[in-house]
Design a protein around this ligand. Structure first.
Ligand code: GLA
Length: 695
């Protein structure tokens, strides 16, 4: 029923749009040009979903010899078998590119972000670059799905080791891994899950990192604990399998309730929400984790060091407790330096995602003596211009800002903006060659849901764009080169403040490109370039007119973070949220998008889902929900000494490559091991106590 009427409405809307386009006197929308060929390197071997891992008891377990010697034999730690669950997660050897590994060595990362603190549940960033990915574990896991056959597509078990649906498909019962422990030895159970859900996701005073909100899991969804190792979800829809993706990184990765509760206002009346959020600053060491490594050292603007979690609950088929790598480094530098250092061999891992570094990196990687291998994948990195669509107060705009919001909500205005963008020039300003492609907006061309025929493109046409502005009454009345509002609206220059992320060279180049091209249209754009942390704060609170931003997982994968493809909840969309205590003021096409996305989420029918995403793409691109800038491939750069790196791993799809390569399973063969460990033969100590080892 719902599906049919939804599709009917959408069809009607599409007819409406094409009629509109015919009347318009500017350029006709057309199909987006074919992308230049750029063959991805490394062919993915697709495998069945159950070939990666299972949960089972093994006859014996092993750990690094120094852990037994220094910690178990001295009574500081229980034996490895006692530290592991009865049935740990076992990675199958057949799926590991180089099989069972050996212990030792370090993976040296470089990041451009800075840690705010360890309270992920209350929204603190750890500086990105996979540092939080290595510390967190989530109910399900999706990053490795890039290698799963389409017919088998479903998130992998993780903290939730199995699940089953009720007959009517409204109740999902999940079994948690039984007997797993946090890195400080405290048991992990449904209390951790319920604390994350009730006191972080549902508590509107708290916004977890990656902005998990109740709507992320479906409006009206409830969750309860049945016992220590069983939780039960109840949904409004039947079989909304899509929500299993929301239970993966980064929206359902619980923190340690035994630690976090001590400062949460509900459990500690002396605390405020601000104190809760900031209760575990970056210099608080040994924060308990479920992930493979816990932080043991932090020097501001220098480095964060993480050491192996002695209670990690995953093993290989030979019974070796994972991870194989003893240490992770996070050098606190810049994102551009990550590429440079990884190519040079002084760091080990980079997602080459800034085209300004492509040519140099390719040159060096092609040399036989190159320390790192570099493999390009599909065009997964895309950028959009987001126009703030809230007309009723999100981000509290002043009169100038409010006037811009009204322009943003006008299709002719958005058409003028998109038609004034010379996307070829934008792409080539980043890098010459076959890398960048024209991207009108909406879904990434790399997702299997992308359909070129459903992608509406308004070609570059500055004159047509100017005519549209004139039609809106925007004319340069004072002869300064920039259009003014009509006299009855004050007559001032149209001036737009554009939010940009200053942590990335690419974001800055694109923002400057947009400003230059808008100048030719007669629109003055002023850049508000903020570092990653402040950028996120401004974007989540709606304090911007326009924003340049790299695509997130919903556009690259569709199935990950799907609710964020439209304003499906008061705080799910990137550019249209409800003001504090208010309602969403959706435009008709946005309501269509919400209905399409909700129907997609509720559907398990592959053909229907493919069609719904075609509809989505048509409505998004015809109405310029987002205004695409450019799209290009990224390359994974990893030092050659590492083994078990899956071939064809994309730098970004369901998640970033730091998760996709399954780092806990990555190792360095004995004869290639380097001497980079800073805290050799130590383990994370007591939470909050000093630095480094438990001794
Ligand atoms: C940043 C980087 C990405 C990736 C992610 C991981 O966003 O730019 O390449 O490392 O962090 O969270």
């Amino acid at each position: 029923m719902k599906t049919k009427s939804g599709l009917g409405r959408r069809a009607a809307l599409l007819i409406g749009i094409s009629a509109f386009a015919v009347q318009s006197y500017a350029s006709e929308p057309t199909e987006v040009p074919q992308q230049p060929e750029f063959p991805a390197q490394g062919k993915i071997t697709y495998v069945p979903r159950d070939s990666i891992l299972e949960f089972k008891a093994l006859p014996e377990y092993k750990e690094p010899a120094w852990v037994t010697e220094n910690f178990v034999k001295t009574g500081k730690l229980p034996s490895v078998a006692e530290r592991l669950p009865k049935e740990p997660m076992v990675f199958k050897t057949g799926n590991a590119p180089d099989g069972v590994g050996v212990y030792g060595d370090t993976m040296r990362h470089v990041i451009g972000g800075r840690p705010e603190g360890w309270n992920y549940s209350a929204g603190q960033t750890q500086g990105w670059g996979g540092i939080d990915i290595g510390m967190s574990e989530c109910l399900t896991r999706t990053a490795p799905l890039f290698q799963i056959e389409a017919k088998d597509m479903e998130p992998l078990p993780n903290l939730a080791k199995s699940w089953s649906w009720s007959d009517d498909g409204k109740v999902l019962t999940m079994k948690l891994v039984k007997g797993a422990k946090w890195s400080d030895g405290d048991p992990f159970d449904s209390e951790d899950i319920m604390f994350y859900w009730e006191d972080n996701v549902l508590d509107s005073n708290v916004t977890p990192l990656n902005a998990a909100s109740p709507e992320t899991f479906g409006t009206g969804t409830t969750l309860k604990a049945i016992d220590k190792y069983t939780i039960e979800w109840t949904f409004k829809e039947s079989f909304p399998r899509q929500h299993l993706y929301a239970m993966a990184y980064g929206t359902f990765c619980p923190g340690p309730a035994h630690i976090l509760k001590t400062k949460h206002p509900k459990y500690n009346k002396d605390m405020t929400y601000e104190q809760y959020k900031n209760g575990w600053p970056a210099d608080f060491m040994n924060m308990p984790v479920m992930g493979a490594w816990a932080p043991v050292a932090y020097r501001p603007d220098d480095i964060i060091v993480l050491r192996r979690n002695p209670y990690y609950w995953k093993v290989d088929e030979a019974g070796n407790q994972l991870p194989y790598l003893n240490e992770l480094h996070y050098k606190l530098s810049t994102w551009a330096d990550r590429d440079v250092q990884t190519i040079a061999g002084s760091a080990d891992f980079s997602n080459l995602e800034q085209p300004e570094n492509f040519v140099e990196s390719l040159k060096r990687a092609a040399e036989e003596t190159a320390p790192a291998r570099l493999a390009f994948g599909p065009r997964v990195i895309g950028y959009n211009l987001y126009l703030n669509f809230s007309g009723n107060g999100w981000g509290e705009p002043d009169a100038r800002g409010q006037a811009i919001r009204e322009l943003n909500r006008n299709l002719d205005f958005r058409k003028a903006v998109t038609m004034a963008l010379d996307r070829k020039a934008l792409g080539e300003s980043l890098v010459k060659g076959p890398f960048t492609a024209i991207y009108p907006g909406g879904l990434s061309s790399a997702t299997s849901f992308y359909d070129r025929a459903s992608t509406v493109y308004y070609p570059f046409d500055v004159e047509g764009a100017k005519a549209l502005l004139e039609k809106l009454g925007l004319k340069d009345t004072d002869g300064n080169g920039f259009v003014n509002f009509p006299a009855d609206k004050g007559g001032k220059d149209v001036e737009i403040v554009m939010l940009g992320n200053s942590d990335y060279t690419t974001d800055k180049s694109l923002a400057e490109g947009v400003i230059g091209q808008m100048e030719k249209l007669g629109i003055r754009v002023v850049l508000n370039s903020l570092d990653g942390k402040q950028f996120d704060a401004s974007r989540y609170s709606g304090r911007y007119d326009w924003m340049v931003m790299r695509n997130e997982a919903e556009r690259a994968s569709v199935v990950q973070d799907t609710p964020e493809l439209a304003a499906t909840g008061p705080r799910t969309s990137d550019h249209h949220r409800a003001p504090e205590g208010g309602q969403l003021d959706l435009m008709p096409f946005e309501q269509e998008l919400v209905d399409t996305v909700n129907t997609f989420i509720a559907s398990s029918d592959d053909a229907e889902r493919a069609n719904l995403m075609k509809q989505y793409q048509k409505v998004v691109t015809a109405n310029l929900d987002t205004i695409g800038l450019t799209e290009y491939p990224g390359a994974l750069i990893i030092n050659k000494r590492f083994a078990n790196i899956p071939v064809g791993a994309p730098i970004f799809m369901f998640n970033w490559a730091e998760d996709t390569i399954i780092r806990e399973r990555v190792f360095v063969p004995q004869d290639k091991q380097a001497d980079f460990e800073l805290f050799e033969e130590t383990l994370p100590g007591k939470p909050g106590v000093g630095e480094g080892p438990a001794s």
